[in-house]
Design a protein. Sequence first.
Length: 115
Amino acid sequence: MIRNIIFDLGNVLINFKPLEYVRTIIADRRRADQVYESIFKSPEWLMLDRGIVTEKEAINAICERNPDQSKLIRLVMADWYHMLTPIEDVMDIVKELKNIGYKIYFLSKLPVTRI
């Protein structure tokens, strides 16, 4: 009998669309795409995602490598958590499953955690 259900976070429980987010901040599409690449395709983003570096360390390293984009990088990173919004339909299912007795876990690059 199934008693436990594991959900992934990114784009399963929580929206994660960084390119769309960057384009809401930077009107020039070409510039927005460049800043997106500089941040979200960087080795520092992967290290940040894994918890190896702090956000401040990641931002500073990305800005040092891209001094011409430094202001825009800092602008995007100032409130990047804003793009992480729940996917309501899935959250409703999660709540329903929990209410009927399933143990719910979520999975990210970090260890499995019970909620």
